[in-house]
Design a protein around this ligand. Structure first.
Ligand SMILES: [Fe+2]
Length: 211
C-alpha cells in the first residue's frame, strides 16, 4: 500500500488538473509510480473555495480511479487564512472524508502569529493535523526548531516531492534533508499538479524512504 496524501488532480477547481482527461492521465501516472491510495487535496483558500463544485468534480474522477483499482478519497489542502475564514470550529468539514485528518498549509510569506493557539484548537477537537511542505516556510528554513515545535504540538510533517527538483544548495532541498535526517518527517507526498510531477514522487521516495 502506498498512499499519496497530497495532490491536485480534481479537475478545474484549482491550479492543478484543468480537465477530466488530465485527471485520468494523472491517475495513470500515480499508479505507475506505485501509488495505491490517492487522497485528493484541492486548495481551500480564503479567496475562492467552492466545496460543492469540488465534490461534483471529484465525483467525475472517482469512477475512473475505481475502474483502475485505485482507492481515492477527498480532502483539502487548507490554507491557514482559509481555515480562519471558514472557522476552526467547522474544521471537521475540511478533513479527509470519514477521517479526522486535516492537511494545513501556511502562507509562504511566513507562519502567522498565533498559530500555536489555532493548532491547539484543532487538536483538542481530535483533529490530526498534517503540515504541508514545511520545507517551504522561511521560519523552518532558518530554524529547524520551528518544525520540531510543530511535531511536539502533535502535527505530522509532509514533504512535497518537488523539493528534490531543486539544486543541491537550494533552501527547499537542504531544509527537506534536514527535516528528514532529524526524523521529523511523517509523509512524502506528490503534491502533483501535473502528470510529470509523479516522476519527482518516485525520486523523493528513494531519497527519503519512510517505513
Ligand atoms: Fe498542494
Amino acid at each position: 500500500m502506498l498512499v499519496d496524501r497530497h495532490c491536485h488532480l480534481v479537475p478545474g477547481v484549482d491550479d492543478g488538473s484543468q480537465s477530466l482527461q488530465e485527471s485520468v492521465a494523472m491517475l495513470h501516472a500515480a499508479q505507475k509510480a506505485g501509488i495505491t491510495h490517492v487522497i485528493c487535496t484541492p486548495h481551500c483558500k480564503r479567496s475562492h473555495f467552492d466545496k460543492m463544485l469540488i465534490e461534483e468534480r471529484y465525483g467525475q474522477v472517482l469512477p475512473y480511479a475505481t475502474a483502475m483499482g485505485l482507492h481515492m478519497a477527498l480532502g483539502y489542502e487548507v490554507h491557514y487564512d482559509g481555515l480562519l475564514a471558514y472557522g476552526t470550529d467547522r474544521a471537521r468539514d475540511l478533513c479527509t472524508r470519514r477521517t479526522m485528518n486535516l492537511l494545513l498549509e501556511f502562507s509562504l510569506r511566513g507562519i502567522p502569529f498565533g498559530y500555536e493557539q489555532t493548532l491547539y484548537d484543532l487538536t483538542t477537537q481530535g483533529i490530526d493535523v498534517t503540515i504541508a511542505h514545511p520545507e517551504r516556510y522561511p521560519e523552518v528554513q532558518d530554524d529547524i526548531g520551528v518544525a520540531r515545535n510543530l511535531v511536539e504540538m502533535g502535527c505530522h510533517l509532509q514533504l512535497s516531492a518537488n523539493c528534490i527538483a531543486k539544486g543541491p544548495f537550494n533552501p527547499l532541498r537542504t531544509t527537506a534533508s534536514k527535516l528528514y535526517k532529524e526524523g521529523l518527517v511523517s509523509y512524502v507526498a506528490s503534491d502533483a499538479h501535473r502528470v510529470d510531477d509523479y516522476a519527482y514522487f518516485e525520486q523523493a521516495l528513494e531519497r527519503f524512504p519512510l517505513s
